[in-house]
Each structure stands twice: as structure tokens, then as C-alpha cells.
Design a protein around this ligand. Structure first.
Ligand code: MRU
Length: 341
């Protein structure tokens, strides 16, 4: 996949992104020229996946510099910083969102005019997007070496091109391994409740002619027990000093992989590392009841029953075989080696 998930439209000075909630039925590019629309897209998962959120936040701040036109520079910067703050609160768990926003805000803090701020912000946001592609390809090359020449890999959620600027982290490893000539098949967990695995991962891989089968999330342990999974690779939304946060369900795959002696790999760029916090300090997003209570128009639960719809879970590092970054592979002991990125 060489398409970009989210990019800047230089002719119209607005953001364009792939509307991911419509996939796989429809591939549609949305033009976004307001902060409200971008915030809605992030909250609704039209744009999702940690690295893609980093790029979205970065282009969001750029967009804000084009929207506001206060002649007073302090007033102008305040409006843009407020937009950055608002966007960074749309999804709390993936650190890349606030990381991308902060990086672009820093690039404009000493600007002398709105024009200079626009130029700096856009140049920084484009760098973030281009660096993301480079990092994904490096992660892919490092990670591909870890896979056997012929293997079946289980993945959860979507850590592919759609979750990044392009190429992907976990799926980047699979793409690089296939490009190297390895015979890789993928088991894609459907990833309830929003089905990023069956809708997005299966769509991406089938377009690239990489063999992929979708399973219900609850089949993973059984397939591991049957010896049908050689490795697990997932992405990450945040990596603290003691845990990897990723889509809800990742932790149970890691526990099962450990029990069955199957390597469990995490693929993530350095922008996903959070050196300042530990697991219990991180806010885990809890999403809307309706995502569980309905499938399209079909009601799946009685009206009187509430839900507990966590979007992510933390996997303790002791369950992880290695973390694949753009700078190399981090192995245990993570206490010492996590200082690297
Ligand atoms: O809720 P989502 O779809 O944004 O969750 C995405 C994930 O959990 C991905 O695995 C993670 O962001 C890594 S993407 C390279």
C-alpha cells in the first residue's frame, strides 16, 4: 500500500484523510478545513491508529494557523495553542497525538507573524509525516529478520498503513518480510467492538495479496494450542517504562502466547514511547455504550444493561519477547534496554 492515510492538500490548504469507518465497503477521501471536523474524525475513528493520530495532530495545528488571522501575534498564538490543546484531548491514550501537536506548537512559538507560523507549522507537520514513513520502513526491515522463512503471524487491531502515514508498524514488518521473499500468512483478529482487524487489516493485506484470514478474537488461544500460530505482532498506542498499551484484547493474546511459548512482538516508532509515566498513571479511553450495544441497527443488549467499553489495555513487559523500533530491536531486560529510543 503506497497511499497516504492523512495528508496536506497544498492547493486548498486543508487536510485530507481516508474515512476509515466506511472501509471496507467504500474508500473515500475527506477534505477537512475545520478543527471541529478534525476533532470529530479523531473521536469517531475516521482517522485512528497511534502514528496516524500523530500526523493528524501535526496537520491539525497547521490547519489552525491557516484558520486564524489575528494581527496581534500573542492573540494569534493563543488561538492556535488552544486548538492544539483541544485536539490533544480528543483521544487520551495514544501518546503520538499529543506528541505530534506539541512538536508543531514548539515550531511556531517564536514566530513573528502568522505567515511565519504557517510556514513553520506546515514544514514541521510534513516532516513528522515523512519521518513516520521512514520509521515504519526501518521497523519493517528490523522486524522482518525476526520472522521464520515460512510462518503464520497473528495480529490484533490494525497497525497497518491506515494506522500510520503509510506502510504500517506491525503490518510493516509483515510487508517487509514478504518483500524479502518470506512466506507469511496472517491471522487477523476481528478486534471487537469496532472491527479494525476484520475491516481494515484484512482489507489492507488482501489488497497487497498477502494471505490473511479473519478470526473471532476468542479463537486466538485455541489456534495457539493447535500449533497454528508461529508469532504474534501488534502495534502500540503508548509504551511506558512498565507496559505496552494497545487495543483492548492485546493483553489476553500476550498471556496466551506466553503460555504456548509463542514469541510476542510489539512494533512501534520512538514517538510512541512515554518515558515519563508508568502504567497506572495512564488514562485508558472508555468508549460509548452504543459501540457494544448495537451492530449497525441491530440491538445486541437490553436497554437496561450498561457496558464497560475500554478501548485499550496495558500488557506488562514481562510478556513481551521484543519491541521493534526504527532504531533496532529492544529485548529484555526492558528495565535497562527501554532507555534506548
Ligand atoms: O482505537 P484505534 O483503532 O485507534 O486503536 C489502534 C490500535 O490499537 C493500534 O494497534 C495502535 O494504534 C498501533 S497503530 C500502528
Amino acid at each position: 500500500m503506497s497511499e497516504k492515510t492523512i495528508f496536506w492538500d497544498f492547493d486548498n490548504n486543508c487536510i485530507k484523510f481516508v474515512e476509515q469507518t466506511l472501509l471496507p465497503a467504500e474508500y473515500k477521501i475527506i477534505s477537512c478545513d475545520s478543527i471541529e471536523r478534525l476533532a470529530k474524525a479523531i473521536k469517531n475513528l475516521e482517522v485512528r491508529g497511534a502514528p496516524a493520530l500523530g500526523v493528524a495532530g501535526a496537520f491539525g495545528v497547521s490547519l489552525s494557523t491557516f484558520i486564524h488571522d489575528d494581527k496581534n501575534m500573542d492573540g494569534f498564538l493563543k488561538l492556535v495553542f488552544d486548538d492544539g490543546d483541544y485536539l490533544s484531548r480528543t483521544r487520551p491514550t495514544a501518546i503520538n497525538l499529543s506528541w505530534g501537536i506539541k512538536r508543531v506548537l514548539q515550531s511556531i512559538q517564536n514566530a513573528k507573524s502568522p505567515e511565519e507560523a504557517r510556514e513553520n507549522a506546515l514544514s514541521e507537520a510534513v516532516s513528522i509525516a515523512e519521518e513516520d514513513e521512514k520509521m515504519c520502513r526501518q521497523i519493517g526491515d528490523f522486524g522482518a529478520e525476526l520472522l521464520p522463512d515460512k510462518c503464520t503471524v497473528l495480529t490484533h487491531c490494525n497497525a497497518g498503513a491506515l494506522a500510520c502515514y503509510t506502510w504500517g508498524t506491525a503490518l510493516g514488518v509483515i510487508r517487509s518480510a514478504v518483500a524479502m521473499g518470506k512466506d507469511v500468512s496472517v491471522i487477523s483478529c476481528e478486534t471487537r467492538p469496532l472491527n479494525q482487524g476484520s475491516r481494515l487489516t484484512a482489507w489492507e493485506l488482501s489488497r497487497d495479496n498477502i494471505p490473511v484470514k479473519t478470526i473471532p478474537d476468542s479463537s486466538a488461544a485455541f489456534l495457539m494450542r493447535k500449533g497454528e500460530i508461529d508469532a504474534v505482532i501488534v502495534g502500540a498506542d503508548r509504551i511506558t517504562q512498565d507496559a505496552v498499551f494497545n487495543k483492548i484484547g492485546t493483553y489476553m493474546h500476550a498471556v496466551c502466547a506466553k503460555y504456548h511459548n509463542i514469541p510476542f512482538f510489539v512494533a512501534a516508532p520512538s514517538s510512541t514511547f512515554d518515558k515519563e509515566h508508568r502504567e497506572n498513571e495512564i488514562e485508558i479511553e472508555i468508549r460509548n455504550r452504543n459501540e457494544l450495544a448495537f451492530c449497525g441497527n441491530k440491538q445486541l443488549m437490553p436497554d437496561c444493561v450498561d457496558t464497560l467499553n475500554y478501548a485499550f489495555d496495558p500488557t506488562p513487559l514481562e510478556l513481551i519477547t521484543a519491541i521493534i523500533t526504527e532504531r533496532g530491536i529492544i529485548r529484555p531486560s526492558f528495565d535497562e534496554n527501554l532507555k534506548m529510543p
